[in-house]
Write a protein that binds this ligand. Structure first.
Ligand SMILES: N[C@@H](CCC(=O)N[C@@H](CS)C(=O)NCC(=O)O)C(=O)O
Length: 220
């Protein structure tokens, strides 16, 4: 029995995607809305102490933090070859990317907070938005130089691609992607994978972002 605690097109998409890559989509998906009461209730908090998604119930246990969940899946199902074990030539870059994905996602989270979730009279801070947008662009520039062949590791698709792939869904709502041709081609390759397509079909059309692009607000 596999149960995923999930926000559509949130970071739990990484888990949904890797499960689909492994041919074991969740038996049950509990969907939440960001900021909803259900996310603050003891049910989710009992599985994920800060009331965040994802949390995954699998193998008679529950796990939170997307990177930890992906790593657990790779270690418990090594036959898929999606992890990079100690001693593997790509091991260090793999570990770097698993962490770097959250450096990038934390910038996206700040932009989501400012652009999507503030309620009047609160308003986005132009300075904070500008700074986080520039910092997000810096991480994309760095990642642009890290695409090795078809994926991020020369040895092929890995959990690090699932970690980063979510970011490449979200980042283009805040940063124009024209300067990053390698990332755009990489994102196209990720979306063409059967596992991604299956996860996206389970997910349905994204409704997380209401606009195609969010500009940095004008200074007041
Ligand atoms: N580092 C965590 C971050 C989890 C996280 O913050 N998830 C967001 C959705 S993408 C969330 O649950 N937000 C709820 C909130 O901020 O209250 C992970 O990768 O699992």
């Amino acid at each position: 029995m596999i149960r995923l605690h999930h926000v559509p097109w949130g970071r739990s998409f990484r888990v949904l995607w890797l499960l689909c890559e492994m041919g074991m989509p969740p038996d049950e998906i509990i969907r939440y809305g960001i900021g909803s009461r259900a996310m603050r209730e003891p049910g989710l908090k009992g599985l994920s102490p800060a009331g965040r998604i994802p949390a995954l119930e699998i193998d008679g246990r529950s796990i939170f933090e997307s990177a930890a969940i992906l790593q657990y899946l790779c270690e418990s199902r090594p036959e898929h070859g999606f992890g990079r074990a100690p001693g593997h030539p790509d091991r260090v870059r793999y570990l770097e990317l698993m962490g770097f994905a959250e450096t990038m996602a934390s910038l996206i989270e700040q932009l989501n907070l400012n652009h999507l979730f503030l309620r009047p009279p609160a308003r986005p801070s132009p300075v904070v938005v500008k700074l986080n947008t520039l910092r997000l662009a810096d991480t994309l520039q760095a990642l642009e130089g890290m695409v090795e062949g078809d994926y991020l590791l020369p040895s092929g698709f890995s959990a690090a691609d699932a970690m980063m792939g979510f970011n490449l869904f979200a980042a283009p709502f805040y940063v124009r992607m024209e300067p990053y041709p390698a990332l755009r081609a990489y994102w196209d390759r990720l979306q063409a994978r059967e596992g991604f397509r299956q996860a996206a079909a389970i997910e349905g059309p994204q409704e997380f972002y209401a606009q195609e692009f969010y500009e940095v607000p004008e200074d007041v």
